[in-house]
Design a protein around this ligand. Structure first.
Ligand SMILES: Nc1nc2c(c(=O)[nH]1)N[C@H]1C(S)=C(S)[C@@H](COP(=O)(O)O)O[C@H]1N2
Ligand SMILES: [Mo]
Length: 300
């Protein structure tokens, strides 16, 4: 059963990229026209305009394939993504290894156009296809004692050249509080622009939590474990002073080595620009209540 959810960036049918390009070109024309008329361009539209397929699939972070932005596109093709199964265990009623195809048959895949903000202060807008994580957790049956959800990426040194170096403590692991995991904005993405998600973006399924920094959105998930205590997370283990468990997008809490007040929106060529970063990446209306009473400078 799908949780119904609507906001400004969601609830759209799958639309081929050429429709977006048409709209992008129209917007570019509108911007030029507005500039000629001496009024501002469509600044608000820039927040909703999806990046191109090429931008989304050629500028990536996936350290298992190397630390360069173009390494994942070059090397992730070697990852075997079929057959694939996801082990769901811990505090669940129906633990087991669920085949990816069986999961897909039971889930409602829909399009979600989300802003995506990396902690490195670049961002994109991505038209994901995916299903709500809550639906998968409901399928496995969350037990009452569960309070957190731990995630793990596949680890195959033969296929993942980056894992031969101790850049991170492999496998890549992440975690959410149970209420964050059950939130209707939290999805497992299986596609982009209506096509299967490419390996460099985390095939065959990866987490997307749009109000948190990108590193929370763990790729190529093979295990989901319900726990009663906060699970370890890769970037927090690597540098706890710089990367907290929560990692909600917050323009008021700077990274120790750079400001988080603005971000560089990838793409746009000549029109590429820095834009202001929004609290909770613009999803505060939907998620701020999850953190009522918490000091977000302490729980960063
Ligand atoms: N397993 C794994 N998941 C990962 C990463 C990674 O290195 N390994 N990088 C994270 C970071 S830092 C970001 S910004 C996003 C990038 O997702 P994208 O390449 O689809 O834009 O993936 C996140 N998920
Ligand atoms: Mo990131």
């Amino acid at each position: 059963m799908a949780h119904r959810w609507t906001n400004d960036l969601t609830d759209r049918d799958v639309t081929p990229e050429d429709v977006y390009l048409t709209r992008r070109q129209w917007l570019a024309g509108a911007a030029a026209g507005a500039a000629l008329a001496g009024i501002g361009g469509p600044a608000a539209a820039s927040g909703l305009e999806p990046n191109t397929w090429d931008e989304i699939t050629s500028y990536n972070n996936y350290y298992e394939f190397g630390t360069g932005k173009d390494d994942p596109a070059m090397y992730a093709g070697g990852l075997t993504t079929a057959p694939w199964s996801v082990t769901i265990d811990g505090l669940v009623e129906r633990p087991g290894a669920y085949a990816f195809e069986d999961i897909l048959k039971k889930m409602t895949v829909e399009e979600r156009i989300y802003r995506f903000r990396c902690v490195e202060a670049w961002s994109m807008v991505v038209p994901w296809n995916g299903f709500e994580l809550a639906d998968l957790l409901d399928m496995a049956g969350v037990k009452p004692g569960a309070r957190y959800v731990a995630f793990e990426t596949v680890l195959r040194p033969d296929e993942m050249p980056g894992t031969r170096f101790p850049v991170l403590d492999w496998p890549y692991v992440e975690g959410l509080r149970l209420d964050e995991a059950m939130h209707p904005l939290t999805i497992l993405a299986t596609g982009i622009y209506g096509r299967d998600i490419p390996n460099q973006n985390g095939a065959p399924l990866r987490l997307v939590v749009p109000w948190k920094y990108g590193f929370k959105s763990i790729k190529s998930v093979v295990r989901i474990t319900l726990t009663d205590s906060e699970p370890p997370t890769s970037w927090n283990k690597a540098n706890p002073r710089e990367y907290g468990f929560y990692s909600n997008v917050n323009p008021e809490v700077d990274h120790p080595r750079w400001s988080q007040a603005t971000e560089r929106r990838i793409g746009g060529g000549l029109f590429s620009k820095r834009i202001e970063t929004q609290m909770f990446n613009g999803y505060g209306k939907d998620v701020a209540a999850l953190y009522d009473g918490m000091d977000l400078t302490k729980f960063f």
